[in-house]
Design a protein. Structure first.
Length: 292
């Protein structure tokens, strides 16, 4: 009776993937978000890899993690390997006959900016299925199977970036509030509504506009910008409007500007694309429709 010979086993793939993501991002938490697991799971995977190799790859300290010399010597090789695997996966996916386009977007963009545009795109491409995933941070399009991501980013464009609009801000409120009070009275006596991700909006606007506010950080906070928009429409307070997100509300008259000038945040609404060698055939036309 033959016996299968013993072969040495390598470390688990998930352990290597967790180490590479944590090393590349310099953060267990960011790696966890990228891999869609908990920080504890990433830490355990890294410990599994360290145990397999009997080598310490990270130093743990109260501020986070830091690569050891052994970790630094390995990370580029792991990154190159997973990049090659991602390239092969993209190539395989693009051979598939399925007609699914996957879009990643900031929640506020997914809720307030995308829907009207997706309606037009579906009319132009009735044979395609469009899926939208709301994420707080942009995905790595070299690793993940998204066809396009839509987030706010620095103004810099590039071969894989398409700038759609400058991110301009201006205080807005419901028509009822605007009719009841003058501009300065509204600014000094009305609650300021805040999105948790843009908690410094009012402070930045106050500095740029030269308008003193009693406490630019005081007021109700919302985990979703779309909730803050609905609250502003109902008269709950003043909202710092990101113009590209509230354009439809302004046109419909459900929100009104309180100030007569917009200010740029220094960022833009940006479409991020995979490298041209990984793009689906229809992406160019889809991007043109998203831009317009």
């Amino acid at each position: 009776m033959s016996v299968a010979p013993m072969r040495p086993k390598g470390p688990p793939l998930n352990a290597m993937r967790a180490f590479e993501a944590a090393a590349r991002n310099g953060s267990i938490a960011v790696a966890a978000e990228e891999l869609n697991v908990t920080p504890g799971a990433v830490s355990q995977h890294v410990k599994t890899l360290e145990s397999w190799a009997s080598v310490e790859l990270f130093r743990r300290n109260p501020q986070g993690v830091e690569l050891t010399s052994a970790g630094r010597s390995l990370v580029q090789g792991f990154t190159d390997a997973f990049d090659a695997l991602a390239n092969a996966t993209h190539a395989l996916r693009n051979l598939s006959p399925d007609a699914n386009i996957h879009i990643a977007a900031l929640p506020s963009i997914a809720q307030l900016w995308l829907p009207a545009r997706l309606g037009k795109i579906r009319e132009a491409f009735p044979h395609l299925n469009f899926s939208v995933t709301a994420l707080e941070t942009p995905p790595s399009l070299s690793r993940e199977l998204f066809d396009v991501s839509v987030f706010f980013a620095d103004h810099e464009g590039g071969d894989d970036k398409v700038i759609v609009a400058d991110d301009k801000i201006m205080p807005v409120c419901s028509p009822r509030l605007a009719e009841q009070r003058g501009m300065m009275e509204i600014l000094t006596s009305t609650p300021l509504l805040h999105d948790q991700s843009w908690r410094d909006d009012w402070a930045h606007w106050s500095a740029m506009a030269g308008v003193a506010l009693a406490d630019p950080h005081d007021g109700p906070r919302y985990s979703l910008y779309s909730l803050a928009v609905e609250e502003a429409k109902s008269g709950a307070g003043l909202l710092m409007g990101h113009m590209c997100l509230i354009k439809e509300a302004l046109a419909a008259g459900t929100l009104m500007p309180v100030f007569d000038k917009t200010f740029s945040t220094g960022r833009s609404l940006v479409l991020q694309l995979p490298h041209r060698t990984r793009r689906r055939a229809a992406i160019g036309d889809i991007v043109d429709l998203l831009r317009n």
